[in-house]
Design a protein around this ligand. Sequence first.
Ligand SMILES: NC(=O)c1ccc[n+]([C@@H]2O[C@H](COP(=O)([O-])OP(=O)(O)OC[C@H]3O[C@@H](n4cnc5c(N)ncnc54)[C@H](OP(=O)(O)O)[C@@H]3O)[C@@H](O)[C@H]2O)c1
Length: 293
Amino acid sequence: MMNTSNMPRKAGSASGGKILIIGKGYLGTRCAQSWDDAVITDKIVETVEDVEKLIDEHQPDTILNAAGIVGKPNVDWCETHQVETYKGNTLLPLIIAETCQKKGVYLLHMGTGCIFYGTAPDNQAWTEEDYANPVAVYTRCKYAADLVLSKLPNIGVARIRIPLDCQPHPANLIDKLASYPKIVDVENSITVVEDMIDVFHQLLEKKAEGIYHVTNPGSIKWREIMEMYKKYVDPSHSNDWISEGELVELGLADKKRSNNVMTSLNLPKLGIKMRPVKEAVEDAIKKYRDSKK
Ligand SMILES: NC(=O)c1ccc[n+]([C@@H]2O[C@H](COP(=O)([O-])OP(=O)(O)OC[C@H]3O[C@@H](n4cnc5c(N)ncnc54)[C@H](OP(=O)(O)O)[C@@H]3O)[C@@H](O)[C@H]2O)c1
């Protein structure tokens, strides 16, 4: 469905059938807004029976699990709420997976690329074949689910990383960076939300199994994003730059954050492409500016 050189289009007549999105949060809602063939539920799911009820009610062909616990106001919350974190990020995906296996419904689960810290063992970008090295409670719990789900049939795991969106939202990297007086000068792989929405739809259509790194090809420095922000959104914006170590030393975060560069070996095998990161970010920032007018 995606016109990768330009923009994702709204899915109208997907061959993948009806999609049920579990988890009416930021990213589940963004997908639901773009897909004509999807319904989204805000029902809290705790048991296999809860998921069975949803499947019986909606009769989906595929499910996107966009539910999870990301921590509020930020991921540091998970460090002191371990039970809630594993329930939402480890147990919940397993419960949804068990029900999907039982009912013969394909499941696409949202994972995170933040399970990788630093450089990959071979000093290249992290691929779907690499074992991760999660540090924080949130990333350990997310990875635990990946390890199980990635070997089950009729299930895909789509790992995204640090969403950057053309629509304002507190979890949008543009809004986050613009709100920080001090920013760490790091380089990362990220996911542009419009591209994510399109790739997820293709994975659901294809009922793709295994792990997929849904990050835009290449890497980008926060400095480059802020230069584009100043160019297109707010020329008067300013911030200070700090080192990675200073983030925790200055008390701006409790736990070291993941920084990494990822790549996908598995999307190209399905013929799925994403726009190069700098092109996609520039496009998103221009649209973000227009959305504020
Ligand atoms: N945002 C990111 O930076 C990012 C990056 C990588 C991966 N991800 C993954 O993407 C997924 C969606 O994240 P998001 O940013 O959209 O987070 P979000 O806005 O917090 O959305 C998650 C939603 O799941 C709901 N939820 C929690 N437990 C549930 C349960 N037992 N049953 C049904 N719904 C439940 C939450 O409800 P409440 O609000 O009521 O708790 C919330 O509405 C998560 O799996 C997350 O790990 C996010």
